[in-house]
Design a protein around this ligand. Sequence first.
Ligand SMILES: Nc1ncnc2c1ncn2[C@@H]1O[C@H](COP(=O)(O)OP(=O)(O)OP(=O)(O)O)[C@@H](O)[C@H]1O
Length: 533
Amino acid sequence: MEMIQSVMNQYSEVEAIVECSARALRNISEVFFYAQKAVLHPSGPLYCPEEKQLKPECVRALTRVFRICDLDNDGLLNDTELNFFQRTCYRIPLAPSTVEDVKNVVRRNVQNGIGGNSLTLEGFLFLHTLFVQRGRHETTWTALRKFGYNDNLELSNDFLYPPLKVPMDCTTELNHYAYLFLQALFEKHDRNRDQALRPEQLHSIFAIFPFMPWGPDVLGTVTTNDNGWITQQGFLAQWTLTAYLDVYRCLEYLGHLGYHLVTDSPTQASAITVTRKKKIDLQKKQTQRNVFLCNLFGFKGVGKSAFLQAFLGKNLIKYLQMKEEMGSHYAINTVPVYGQDKYLLLHEIGTESEFLSSRDLHCDVACFLYDTSNPISFEHCANIIRQHFVDSQVPCVVVATKSDLQEVKQYYCLQPSAFCRKYRLPLPVVYSCQTTGTPSTDIFLKLATVAVYPHSQLDCLCNCNKCTLCTCQNILRLGALRDLRARLLAALQIRNDRLANTHPSSLWLRATLGAALCAILSFGVIRILLRRS
Ligand SMILES: Nc1ncnc2c1ncn2[C@@H]1O[C@H](COP(=O)(O)OP(=O)(O)OP(=O)(O)O)[C@@H](O)[C@H]1O
């Protein structure tokens, strides 16, 4: 016995010594038990016996687990959160008396282990140190594996990149549940409830990542408040952009945040909707998509970046103030298209030549900017349209920027209006972001509408307030219509709340019939008006 003790003291990596005999069949099953345990749940990556504490990688991993379980972000695990951790890892909730026992053990051993009757990070780490010291490595390993860690305490590829098939011609979007999760994430870190994330709040969201996933360019990609902090709308928009442009990266980020554990879904791929092929949308002349891509083309200096920033509500002065710090080739925001919010993603194609890759041509609407004050700027647009878009199904919109400056004649065989008439394009839309307040959003509404309804003959892209498009938009913006919609939604909500007690024939029927009637009426009005245009 003494010899065993001295070996164990001398070699701290020795976890157990078993005296056994094959002849006498003594302790055979114990040998296999300890051997299996040493392989499946090694203490090496978790614990440093010399220093008698958890290794830094293990502390990092457990800190992430703690933060994910801290659903209200108050730095403590209350009983509900502790039970969430317990159910997620071990599939059985803790009895209230056991929760109290656990907290009492922590209270007795760690000075700051309990705060306001909840478990602190210090207490949580202490509990796991205790598990490992008492040879219950499997308890800690079960938790770590559940939260995605492999034997090297790194998040495994299987965890970060669950299978998701995206066929050609389909796009990827976040679904309703993903937006609910992200909204809750935003609210839990926006502790001062100002609907914007200060830099430190943004960092606290990503503190559980091994890297900062968003660079400074995000501030030039989505809406920010007057202080330059990301708004809730901007936060959701940036996630929408990632899901659209690089869905596997989006899955990775959601994996770091423990999406599927918090939402109790099979994997974070449940957050993604793969849309049907665009070809089918075009054939059927309708789409369920919510995100639409608009590629921006234009000669050097025509105002493409200023246009992107105008989409985010910044006028020329604000754009020039932030130009150097946060240049971005993308801008994403929501646009109300016939009463429904759609995401429009503007992408500045940074090329001075007219050579374009097939990726540059792939979009839902192509927007061509020329500078009214620069006589050589239109030729660039005209050449791209003639070479790449004349026979394509992608709708094109031409925009005459810097309309606040003196207009000059374009050095091209056709002036922009004549060119558009010749190629059956809508006439150029005049635009300027040189304003004192927020730039006009009409052009973005028109781009989004053309992207969502590429078949509609929306060739009257002006600000006349008389044409079909403007009439439809105005009808849908009517206060009365919005009021009616809000009432219907409220009625449906009441129905949800009371369904258990109410006879289904009353509220439910009334709300459903009302909603159906409203939808049919709106649809009919829009179709009649569109046909007449
Ligand atoms: N409406 C406007 N009125 C006057 N000047 C403008 C207007 N819009 C943009 N400018 C000026 O034009 C310059 C170029 O604008 P911007 O950087 O947006 O062009 P760009 O097309 O993005 O350029 P690049 O091709 O180099 O990326 C800006 O420095 C700005 O001062």
